[in-house]
Design a protein. Sequence first.
Length: 558
Amino acid sequence: MATNKGKFDHFVTQAVHLILERFPNEEVYTCESGATPSGKIHLGNLLDLTLCDGVLRELSDMGYKARHILFIDSQDPLRRLPVFVPKEFIEKEEEFRGFTLEDLPDLWGCHKNYAEHFVSPVREHAADFGIKLEILFAGEFHRRKEYVEEVKFVLENRSRFIEILNRVRSAAGHKTLYPEDWIPYMPICNTCGRIAEWAVKPTYIDGYKVGYHCDVCKKDGEVDIRDGRGKLPWRLEWPARWKILHVNFEPLGKDHLAAGSSFDTGRAVLKEIWNRLEPVSIFYDFVYIRSPDGKLLKMSKRKGIGLGLDEWLEIAPPEAYRFNVFRHMLEDVRTSALPHWEFDYKRIFELVDRYDWGERIYFNVKDEVDKIDENVRRRIVKAYLLSQVDKPPSKLPLQLPYRFAAVLSQVLDEDREEERLISILRRTGYLTNSISEEDLRNVKKRIKMARRWIELYAPEFKLKVIEKLPVEMKDSLSEKQRKALGLLAEALKSRTWSENELFNEFYNIIKSVGLSSKEFFEAAYMVLLGKKSGPRLAGLLLSLERDWVIKRLEEVGK
Ligand SMILES: [Zn+2]
Ligand SMILES: [Zn+2]
């Protein structure tokens, strides 16, 4: 095994070291993630939650008390309606704009308000991803006494806050600054219910009272900050939250690394006024999505682009998601970010295969471990542990490759034809002893996921075995191709094969006939499926009815 002198801790471990260094005396460590429930909360948002969970676990494993708060920015104004709202609302965007997400009704009619509609799948499925969290809605937080008192403090000392924001922003080259008479509060209009900065302008402060003028309903009014009918603007809201909730860790998009960002101004405010250091972060680049028609898109809550948590769980194990977050290498968590992630619906199997690989590394499978150096091995073992939803298994589980599961999902019914499933697993070399209940359960689960995946995202993986060989098929194949198919039939007759052995045998045949591998595979797919490509051939041959396959090959083979 190669060794490498330069050792790097896993980025979660690095973050935890920084947290303990920066905040040595916390009674309870707080990890904060955030989401604005303006539309479908997707896999990109889940990244935040997953990173918090990783840090929480590491802290807990070290014996520290820790909690994870998912802060829901439900008092943010609605800007645009999602494109997938029920038809009757599509033309009514203007009526809803500017209301807080928790004051708006659930336009789908199934939850108590708009915000809850989008938070609900997270509440339901976070635990399926192994994530423990407390959900805190902005409205509830904004009525808390600690928050109200901080708001009063900010308003009374607003010139100091404005000076810091403007100083940090001008140092970063920003030209638009806050005016000296700015009142940093966003009241919710008593008359029409709007909160947006473009609509409701604060005009005076009187103790706990903030006066305003609303540009939408043209009325003047006054709110009491003790009622939670308003909030600080984001650049002050954020550091106030860090202070009040004692936030020690918060994952961030890498745009926050920039000077003058809201993270940058928040940190300055927190330090200079509240005498506290900013939370430690793990930075990440965006998650993009490769749409079924091949376009690269940014995930979007409004457009509903990006899988929801429940949608992921239908087609892939939650551990595979976690592993693909935690597998990365960050040399220095303070200055580098997790790389951008192109999520491709059609290649979900790559993410699952990669998780399986991580599992083999964790279980020290020699062939795999020999290929990587010790640092990589340690990182992958750590990532595997961080990926577990339950306790890690005690021995290497039966790993059914996702694409093979996709084939099996189409040639058998895993619940009704258990015997056949087990015999295929045996024939293909995935099973050597008797199958444990757990393995059987997992194999079936994976077959079901793969079936769903084909249905929803990958119809081209649909197998259609051609029942009767068209006459012209024979003529369309070359002499060499037909010879190779004949040899393949003989090989299949001669003995039982594991998937790997058969795969190697293809190359013996290819060589002995003097064919290119492309010509060989195309010929085999043509006579079985009537098209030039298909799922992995060895798995396909071994999962179809043996006699039928041999007969078909002999029909065209020479
Ligand atoms: Zn709903
Ligand atoms: Zn109004």
